[in-house]
Design a protein around this ligand. Sequence first.
Ligand SMILES: *Cc1c(COP(=O)(O)O)cnc(C)c1O
Length: 376
Amino acid sequence: MNFDTICVHGAKDPHNNTGALAVPIYQSATFAHPGVGQSTGYDYARVQNPTREPLERLIAALEGAQEALAFASGMAALDATLSILERGDHIIASDDLYGGSARLFDSLATRADLQTSYVDFSDQNQLKKALKPKTKIVFIETPTNPMMKVTDIAAIKQILPPEILLVVDNTFLTPYFQKPLNLGADLILHSGTKYLAGHNDTLAGFLATNNLELAEKLRFITKTVGTGLAPFDSFLLIRSLKTLPLRMEKSQANALKVIDWLAQQPKVKKIYYPSLGDEKSVAISKKQATGFGAMISFEVDTEATAIKALEKVQIILYAESLGGVETLITYPYLQTHADLPEERRLALGINNRLLRLSLGVENPDDLLADLERALA
Ligand SMILES: *Cc1c(COP(=O)(O)O)cnc(C)c1O
């Protein structure tokens, strides 16, 4: 089956004898046993439930993974990943990173005595220098948030000793545009809250891998602490994934129209989008992904222009998050990346003139008219 067909037909209720097309919401915390020492396959919903399970199989199929796990949020998935480490272990992560991930590395992880070094993966020497005997995880986002830097996943994997896990946050491109396991990644992380759920109505997170031993460790963690995705949210995800290809195509088409328009605006000084990077990074994008995605960051002339734009948009909503059908505008400097120290934000280019757009699926003419008003 092809990707878009799997999206529509890939989640099936294995217990269906009604002919229902939708996987039901099995809203049950516990499951009765047919006899002593027997199980229907489900015992207690923290461990597994029959709505989450088909969703996990669907995500595995979409990522080309043998195993996938559904979590209550992307951060719960990242926390489970860090839970496989031991005290004193070392992590190397992208210097330009989702703010919440950086917060986890810099706060809870340090309490467990895990150390994180941040590197710019476009400079392989930085990575080589950062490697330590205790390095266990290399964590990359590509493209990065919010500066849209692209990392060559296969090239990074080649540098790493085989025992180091290469974890790729695939939230921005989704398996529709990029399949990191095929490029050498060991584990994929998703904020399912974004494109996979796609409607700004639920939180979710995923991990996907072909390493069965790793999958088993992760499953032990989530069943022990109870961070698995609830039945209703699993239902929403299965429903949303049916239209993932349509939403990705339309959002990306809108993004391409918006970057063309932004390029002509005198108040717009810089645009960050994977197709607008330097020659080398555009070549990497084309090699490892089939699209550039629907996230754009841009810098305007003054802080006042940025603030006015945020306050004047009408269709576009000034809100955190991304990847939904509604187009959102955010101010990374004061929102997603507010927790990063000022000097680190500025060094990355996250200043008080930077805005980030997540394109939704509205009519592009309405979006352009809204931006025109906001930047007037
Ligand atoms: C939102 C996001 C996360 C965190 O996911 P939640 O579902 O909000 O917990 C992680 N990585 C990226 C790239 C994100 O955009």
